[in-house]
Write a protein that binds this ligand. Sequence first.
Ligand SMILES: *Cc1c(COP(=O)(O)O)cnc(C)c1O
Length: 396
Amino acid sequence: MYQSFKSHLEKELADIKQAGLFKNERIIVSPQDALIRLADGKEVLNFCANNYLGLSNSQQLKDAAKQALDTHGFGMSSVRFICGTQDLHKKLEASIAHFFGTEDSILYAACFDANGGVFEPLLTEEDAIISDSLNHASIIDGVRLSKAQRYRYANADMEDLENQLKKAQAQRFKLIVTDGVFSMDGNVAPLDKIYELAGKYDAMIMVDESHSAGVVGKTGHGVTERYNLKGKIEIITGTLGKAFGGAIGGFTTGKKEIIDLLRQRSRPYLFSNSIPPVVAAAGIKMFEMMDSTNDLQNKLHTNTEYFVKRMIDAGFDIKPTESAICAVMLYDAKLSQDMAASLLEEGIYVTGFYFPVVPKEQARIRVQISAAHEKEHLDKCIAAFIKTGKELNVLK
Ligand SMILES: *Cc1c(COP(=O)(O)O)cnc(C)c1O
């Protein structure tokens, strides 16, 4: 049996390679940080991690994790409702709710699980989910697992959202779902307008703050801060795997009754292990840091503004961004790969994206800025872009 399946898989893999879509993983042998060391010994500046606040290698978080290892052990060996809940898990859930100004929170192993487990328990075939076309894969999968009627609107297109809301009027409950920041462009969902339309058409809202929490808004509290809607959105999901330390873990936070029902019925919560104590303890510490100072958010905002302005001044075509994601548009797929390779030679680690990750003829290099970057890192990155941009005729 396996012989024919093996041939089938070999052909699939060959097809992926043939199409130029085979993903190779680069091996890092240092901690995740602004400056990383690769397996071949090369040291490069990292501009492609979701390490927005530079906390992946934070001494304070490492100390909190080490301490929890001694006080609370290594693993939980259980789901939450059997014997997998420590004081740390409850405290972290309270910290998340405090940060977002919501009523309660529920932890998952990852935001992929939070999104996978949020729709099916809450909505039935009588209900409607109206989803942005560029929403994250985990939202798409989560929506598929529910029986609700599905409607899709073009990315951040409020006219289209209104049309879909009109179509969905016959359904009992309606939920609009959007990413806070769209990861390939760096644009922020127009939550003020979404909120208005939700009011007009009697819908609820869910925002996935994975790329926006810690980043967007004056103090980095996400899109609900940016649009002055703290506490007004029914459901927020997010990750501890990006700005918030970058280890692992996801959450859903929002209205109390929603969280209460998810604890009873959400399958990735009920049937998957609790996050390790070290991750919970570091998360609590991280939210304490968020409460005590905005230094990291301020540094991230300063870094991003500086980088984007200098890149535009240099003549690069940059997608309008309100996040720490800066898409350098190159349009041509091969060029995006060649330029990323040349940048690596210059000691700058970035990734080029092309179809099907982004639309055809929309290839780009995505740069992700971090509070861990110093001005000299940014300057080195900009200089490398200018040098390779000239060599590859991107800049005149
Ligand atoms: C990264 C991301 C996720 C997945 O988060 P994990 O915690 O790594 O599973 C979900 N949604 C969005 C919008 C993301 O960007």
